[in-house]
Design a protein around this ligand. Structure first.
Ligand SMILES: [Zn+2]
Length: 157
């Protein structure tokens, strides 16, 4: 039986998530580029034009708060993605791991994850797991952007 890692949400196919990730990258000008000078500042800044806030939190403040164990957070009420400042800066500079954290949180937002009371006698599947969906979104976006595939398991929400 599949063990949910996060909220149970409406099931999405991996193909749907892959297409959504590509549309997101295209829309926000995140293009696949070969070479080392990838910068994503502009794309991430553009999110604010659509009412989405990226909130880089001072690193010391982040680890002092409850957030010590998690790398990122998305609040659907305020459409705010919070990440430690170093993660934001490294993501702007194209660091794969930092980008995967930011894209995972963007995935929660773009895929419309909301806290959901969902009672069902049918066991959950991977495709209904908000965390699996957000990971799949980040992986497909990174693949589209030309990063090597890599399985990472982080504790982020
Ligand atoms: Zn998550």
């Amino acid at each position: 039986m599949y063990q949910l890692r996060g909220q149970r949400v409406e099931a999405l196919s991996e193909e749907h998530i892959r297409r959504t990730a590509m549309s997101f990258c295209n829309f926000f000008g995140m293009k696949p580029t070969k070479g080392r000078n990838k910068r994503y500042d502009k794309s991430l800044e553009k999110l604010s034009s659509y009412g989405i806030t990226i909130n880089p939190v001072d690193d010391a403040e982040w680890s002092a708060a409850l957030h010590g164990l998690i790398s990122g957070h998305y609040d659907p009420q305020s459409a705010t993605i919070s990440v430690p400042e170093h993660i934001y800066l490294e993501a702007c500079a194209g660091d794969r791991i930092a980008l995967s954290v930011v894209l995972h949180e963007i995935g929660h937002m773009v895929l419309g994850h909301q806290p959901l009371m969902h009672f069902s006698s049918v066991p959950a599947t991977e495709n209904e797991d908000a965390e699996w969906q957000a990971d799949a979104f980040a992986e497909h976006a990174l693949k589209f952007l030309g990063y090597d595939s890599m399985q990472l398991s982080f504790e982020f929400y």
